[in-house]
Design a protein around this ligand. Structure first.
Ligand code: XMP
Length: 514
């Protein structure tokens, strides 16, 4: 496997994507977690040091353990990763030069044969790359030679072929470095990866890891009915069988018919022991009068854990809580001291967790993206219609109800969402859309129905296309579809007299409204 040391760049996860697209297994670990012990235990075959917003010139600059450079491993440093390598290996990094952001061009400056990680580069002269840096390398560490330069980065591409150390000032993982994926593949080839990793292999490894972590202890798994937690549950069941009990928490924020559907599938199809916990009074009571999005998320996160802790006792002392946490949940909730990736939202299963918790976490999907979880779901034999379901967030309808949550609003929202999804299915659009839902807006507007005045709620409809939820485009419905859907919702859902369609992509919006 390959280890990616994350120094907090917003695009670190793209390194992982590029590698997995080339069937190479890799794991991302935040720099704080990369200790000598982790390096020994993980025994990676190669290491990539990511970019990040810090400066190696700062006193508390994040660094990998010194021992990393003495393990004989091939290492690739990207942007901040390059600077940290130079700084630790005896080169020089300076600030105060021209900052460089966005498109730049590198030209060849040294030897780069077929054997190097830069093979296939410069075939038609200079190469377009994506830069984003303030500091830059001004003197190479002993053993390194320069391979490519850009106007503002004289050491844009450098190599110490004898030690198999390579570094670039730009970001090869982003789309705007067209030849970047090739560079990453060359690096892995040089490190001895053959590109034969598959979901089947992931499944086997994940099962072994779960068994090693859990031993003979009991586990409860929080099941939301979404794809992620379901895949996690089936995987863990395969690993530890009877030691697993699933807890399906009905927090009163589910969609129409959801509880029956999920309970039916798990009890009927999988025979996995399942507790159906109806806790709607608890959740809705605690959310009464709350309108701040982060407070909602944290309240829900805390209550989930309370419920899980209660059931951990009721099944005879479970020590572990399994969750279907995904990589994007992690990255959007992480906030390093020192500034990197800011907290956008506290995903209920990560940043929304209480600080003290009596259960240890089992999160077998923590390194995966949504599309990869679906592939794993298919590998595990989950029914296609289930694996293809749109994502549904753990906090449920709470974050589709900006402002205060009331039972009246939830009832309207449930009905309207069902009509909207029915429309999408009837028009054969469900599988083209990554996620679609209705949200109820915290306002009433005036309308006229029949001969009377109405003063009712307005709804926002959302539909997006995406690969992994990290970025998204709004879905371009036809006007006919939108008109027909608005009419159906207003006719069929009392309490709604106006419908908007949300045309925001992500960024700058997020997918959910809160
Ligand atoms: P955003 O709104 O952050 O959503 O663009 C990206 C994806 O994540 C889902 N989401 C969540 N899923 N717990 C979850 O399990 C959460 O707290 C949460 N917040 C957002 C969202 O539905 C979308 O698919």
């Amino acid at each position: 496997r390959l280890l990616i040391v994350d120094f907090g760049s917003q695009v670190t996860q793209l390194i992982a994507r590029r590698l997995r697209e080339a069937n190479i297994y890799c794991e991302i670990h935040p720099f704080q977690a990369v200790t000598e012990q982790l390096l020994r235990e993980m025994a990676p075959k190669a290491v990539i040091l990511s970019g990040g917003p810090a400066s190696v010139l700062d006193d508390n600059a994040p660094r990998p353990p010194r021992a990393l450079f003495d393990m004989g491993l091939p290492i690739l440093g990207i942007c901040y990763g390059q600077q940290v390598m130079m700084d630790m290996l005896g080169g020089r990094v300076e600030s105060g030069h021209e900052r460089e952001f966005g498109r730049a061009y590198v030209a060849p400056a040294g030897r780069h044969g077929d054997d190097s990680i830069f093979s296939g580069w410069f075939e038609s002269g200079r190469e377009q790359v994506w830069m984003s840096h303030g500091d830059r390398v001004t003197q190479l560490a002993p053993g390194f030679e320069v391979i490519g330069t850009s106007p503002n980065a004289p050491f844009a591409m450098i190599a110490d072929p004898a030690r198999r150390f390579f570094a670039v000032q730009f970001h090869p993982e982003v789309h705007h470095t067209p030849n970047g994926a090739r560079l990453l593949r060359n690096f892995t080839r040089l490190a001895g990866f053959t590109g034969d990793w598959t979901m089947g292999a992931y499944r086997e490894e994940a099962i072994a890891k779960i068994r090693a972590q859990v031993g003979d202890k009991k586990v409860i798994c929080g099941l939301s009915g979404g794809v992620d937690s379901s895949v996690a549950a089936v995987l863990i069941h395969e690993a530890i069988g009877e030691q697993l009990t699933c807890v399906f928490v009905d927090h009163g924020l589910l969609r129409e018919g959801e509880a029956d559907e999920v309970v039916g599938m798990f009890q009927g199809h999988y025979n996995i022991p399942l507790i159906h916990a109806d806790e709607s009074e608890l959740f809705l009571g605690a959310l009464e009068g709350v309108s701040d999005p982060e407070t909602k998320r944290k309240t829900i996160g805390r209550l989930f854990i309370e419920v899980f802790e209660k059931h951990a006792k009721s099944v005879g002392g479970a020590e572990f809580l399994a969750q279907g946490t995904l990589y994007p949940d992690v990255i959007e909730s992480v906030s390093f001291s020192g500034g990197p990736s800011v907290t956008i939202k506290s995903h209920h299963n990560v940043g929304g967790l209480p600080e003290k918790m009596g259960l240890k976490l089992v999160e077998p999907l923590r390194e995966l993206f949504k599309d990869e979880v679906r592939a794993l779901g298919r590998e595990l034999g989950l029914p296609a219609h289930f694996v293809g379901r749109h994502p549904f967030p753990g906090p449920g309808l709470a974050i589709r109800c900006p402002g205060e949550i009331t039972r009246e609003k939830l009832a309207i929202l449930r009905r309207a969402d069902a009509v909207y999804i029915d429309q999408i299915r009837k028009h054969g659009l469900y599988d083209d859309i990554w996620q679609a839902f209705a949200a109820i807006l915290p306002m009433r507007t005036v309308g006229v129905m029949g001969d009377g005045r109405t003063y009712d709620y307005a709804l926002a409809l959302r539909a997006v296309t995406s690969v992994d939820g990290m970025t998204a485009d709004y879905y371009p419905f036809s006007h006919d579809f939108l008109g027909e859907t608005a009419t159906r919702i207003i006719n069929e859902v009392p309490g709604v007299n106006r419908v908007f369609y949300d045309c925001t992509s992500k960024p700058p919006g997020t997918i959910e409204l809160e």
